[in-house]
Ligand binder design. Structure first.
Ligand code: NAD
Length: 420
């Protein structure tokens, strides 16, 4: 990764950049929009398989609940920090507002490298976190979901812990569950699907044919690999480079995106894939001469130096916060179209919303219905951004996304009136 910009400062800068274009916003409301309402910090003391005890730092930030329950994932990563969780929870607020689903924003995480622990240990750690979260979460309060290094398994554990402690059934307390535990069809693919849809819309806006596009994907995990597979399956786009934390692989003729995913699944990394013509660095991947770049790993992947060497015409941010604010300025000057994270990866939370709706109705939709509804939400949101971008003559689609979102959150706050 490049420059270590503080993600919380990046979030605040993004809000500041947009607020200048929102008329009539009160300074107090602006301040509210830049800070979380509250942050839980917990130290989880958990017994390891050898009988020893270990302490893990964990956070849950509830950034804003003006439009509905707090909503956002739980990340397991050694770099999780209070500021990272605060930033991610703020991005959730604006993400939910941009796609106009009735949620606020939250985010949580544990400072841990999960690869160093057994499944039994991870279960105890997750259940200890769920016990800390119990008073804060609930289908009408705060609804966690998967993020980096967490998935259906962790969500099933949190749901079971909550239901056991509350003595009830409450499938809507978390989303991203396995289907048999109340999950939704299409949820696993939803983030990559929205990145694919926004890339399609961006190419169409630029009057370019996405079926001719060459694509580089940084971070071949859930979001990145599904984006690559869908771009290739739906349009025949050519996936010429992919990477993960072990390194990057390149083939100018394009990879079979499914075969690379199967290889990563079996071996744990993309490195060593037999179809690769060349192994390159992650930085080289970001500056390859491709039409579409999909950063799908972590924050701050593209700083100003890398941005000045980016050759892609379009960037669709599958990851949260992969471009630093300085890099954003460089890309805007260079006319690189950036589809901002709060729209490009909003498919995950949108289908989480559909999962929650289905949990409440106890009535489950077909995958086709999920995908159709998702396409409607994402394309409507893209059109809304483009309208704001053109009508208000805004500098970037990111600013447009924040303008649309901030207006929605501020309106909800103002309509609620003051309390106490
Ligand atoms: P994941 O753990 O499935 O995949 C992340 C991938 O990035 C892994 O393959 C990892 O090896 C790779 N990676 C890590 N560091 C890297 C580096 N320095 N260079 C290259 N690759 C690196 O996680 P995910 O769920 O796909 O999430 C990825 C990003 O997408 C995160 O920013 C997350 O917040 C965002 N996101 C995910 C979802 C979702 O539903 N999964 C929803 C919205 C946003």
């Amino acid at each position: 990764m490049a420059e270590a910009a503080n993600p919380f400062s990046s979030l605040q800068e993004q809000v500041d950049d947009a607020v200048g274009y929102v008329s009539g916003i009160d300074d107090g409301v602006l301040n509210r929009l830049k800070h979380p309402e509250r942050v839980l910090e917990a130290n989880l003391t958990v017994e390891m398989d050898d009988g020893g005890l270990e302490v893990f730092k964990a956070f849950r930030s509830q950034f804003n609940g003006d439009r509905g329950p707090y909503k956002g994932g739980i990340r397991y990563h050694p770099n999780v920090s209070r500021d990272e969780v605060k930033a991610l929870s703020g991005w959730m607020v604006y993400k939910c507002a941009v796609v106009d689903i009735p949620y606020g924003g939250g985010k949580g995480g544990i400072v841990i490298d999960p690869s160093e622990y057994t499944a039994d240990e991870l279960e105890r750690i997750t259940r200890a976190f769920a016990a800390e979260l119990r008073p804060l979460i609930g289908a009408d309060r705060d609804i966690p979901a998967p993020d980096v290094n967490t998935g259906q398994r962790e969500m099933n554990w949190i749901k079971d812990s909550y239901e056991t402690l509350e003595g009830t059934t409450a499938p809507g307390v978390v989303t991203g569950k396995a289907i048999d535990s109340g999950g939704s069809a299409g949820r696993v693919e939803a983030t990559g699907r929205s990145t694919m849809l926004t890339a399609r819309e961006a190419f169409s806006y630029l009057d370019r044919d996405i079926s001719d596009a060459t694509v580089a994907v940084q971070g071949y995990g859930n979001a990145g690999s599904v984006t690559a597979q869908l771009l290739s399956e739906e349009f025949g786009a050519s996936i010429v480079a992919v990477s993960d934390s072990s390194g990057a692989i390149y083939d100018p003729d394009g990879f079979d995106a499914v075969a690379v995913e199967e290889f990563k699944h079996e071996t744990g990394s993309v490195e060593g894939y037999v179809g690769a013509v060349e192994e390159i660095t992650n930085e080289e991947l970001l500056t390859l001469d491709v039409d579409l770049l999909v950063p799908a790993a972590l924050e701050n992947a593209i700083d100003a130096d890398i941005a000045s060497d980016v050759q892609a015409d379009v960037i669709a941010e599958a990851a949260n916060g992969p471009i630093t604010p300085d890099a954003d300025d460089v890309l805007a000057e260079r006319d690189v179209m950036v589809v901002p994270d709060i729209l490009a990866n909003a498919g995950g939370v949108t289908v989480s919303y559909f999962e929650w709706v289905q949990n409440r109705q106890r009535f489950y939709w077909t995958e086709q219905r999920v995908n159709d509804e998702l396409e409607r939400v994402i394309t409507d949101a893209f059109d809304g951004l483009v309208s704001a971008y053109e009508e208000k003559d805004l500098p970037t689609l990111r600013v447009a996304a924040y303008v649309v979102a901030i207006e929605r959150v501020a309106r909800a706050f103002e309509q609620a009136g003051s309390w106490p």
